[in-house]
Ligand binder design. Structure first.
Ligand code: SF4
Length: 332
């Protein structure tokens, strides 16, 4: 039996639409930030080597130099102060390595709590036991947990680590028990799952989506990128055609359930607009500030002030804002 079937029964009557704090933003806040030309989000990338998994599709190999160095905590804590003064409301810890492999995460969370900054953490969940989650309940934190499948054998194989799925599932149970999937007074929940679709997990992804929706957990679906380590594992992941077919099959399944739901899950969310137009990205261990995680243009260093870097990048931002206006209109 798959581990997902053991989880607590759904209690929510109307599971959609789901708004996840730190992934969904109020449109008015985005437009106000555009008008004031002030960022809304600071993204800090932890060093890649600080990860407890060894996923066969890990894209970070394509970008990063090998290092065992860490985040500069003192500098990052200072950055949070500056971010708050600039009008930033959200700290994003995503995309490189496992944030909870870094003991530096705790002073950052502490400072974010003190400054009333919301923190969105993408995590594989395996390092979070029930005690840590109980503690985190009191922090302004949302989690997006990696779930590609509830089949432990499959998940452990793709993550490259024995017993990963079992540990991750314990964390998910603890998050649900702690109420991370319950909406706050503004309708925002604090729990999502990120699902990477590849050749062999289209059906699993469909099950994870259904499971998540029944519990008011936001399912975030993406296709596997054949970059970094992934190119060496096409036997497991599939080629471009296999990946397209798998993703299409997940989309079709959701569309059959409801076209409205399909639109909700497969239209870029407001957080994507914040990511493209209102986010300052800091990468460790280098301390480089980059304009955008896709273009990776180096625009400064944490030795400078965030506002100086922000102003320097004005032209690129204007272009991105123009490109994002239609997206915002579609989300109204
Ligand atoms: S994909 Fe993420 S969780 Fe997996 S090895 Fe890479 S950094 Fe770690």
């Amino acid at each position: 039996m798959r581990s997902g079937e053991y989880f607590p029964s759904p209690e929510v009557e109307k599971p959609e639409p789901i708004k996840l704090k730190g992934i969904d933003f109020d449109i008015e806040d985005i437009e106000r930030a555009w008008e004031r030309d002030r960022p809304l989000q600071l993204s800090i990338s932890f060093p890649r080597e600080k990860c407890n998994l060894n996923c066969v599709y890990c894209f970070t190999d394509a970008y990063r130099e090998k290092t065992q160095q860490s985040v500069d905590v003192a500098k990052s804590v200072e950055l949070l102060e500056e971010a708050k003064n600039l009008g930033i409301t959200n700290l994003l810890l995503a995309g490189h390595g496992e944030p909870f492999s870094n003991k530096e995460i705790w002073p950052l969370l502490e400072k974010a709590r003190e400054l009333d900054l919301h923190v969105t953490v993408f995590t594989n969940g395996a390092l979070l036991n029930a005690t840590a989650i109980e503690k985190l309940r009191e922090y302004p934190v949302s989690f997006v947990v990696k779930v590609n499948s509830f089949d432990p054998e499959k998940e452990n194989r793709i993550s490259g680590v024995k017993k990963y799925a079992e540990k991750r599932d314990e964390a998910i149970r603890a998050m649900i028990d702690a109420g991370f999937n319950k909406p706050d007074k503004n309708g925002f929940t604090r729990m999502g799952v990120s699902i990477m679709v590849y050749k062999d997990n289209a059906d699993d992804a469909g099950e994870v989506i259904d499971w998540a929706l029944e519990r008011r957990i936001l399912p975030m679906v993406s296709g596997t990128a054949l970059t970094g380590k992934a190119v060496k594992h096409l036997d497991i992941l599939g080629n471009q055609e296999d990946l397209k077919a798998a993703f299409r099959s997940v989309e079709e399944r959701v569309h059959m359930r409801s076209p409205e739901l399909h639109k909700q899950l497969f239209t870029p969310r407001s957080g994507q607009v914040v990511f493209n137009t209102l986010t300052v990205f800091v990468e460790y261990p280098s301390g480089s500030v980059i304009s955008n995680v896709v273009q990776r243009q180096n625009i400064g260093h944490v030795k400078e002030t965030l506002s100086a870097i922000w102003e320097r990048n004005e032209k690129e931002r204007e272009k991105q804002i123009e490109m994002s206006r239609d997206r915002i209109n579609a989300l109204r």
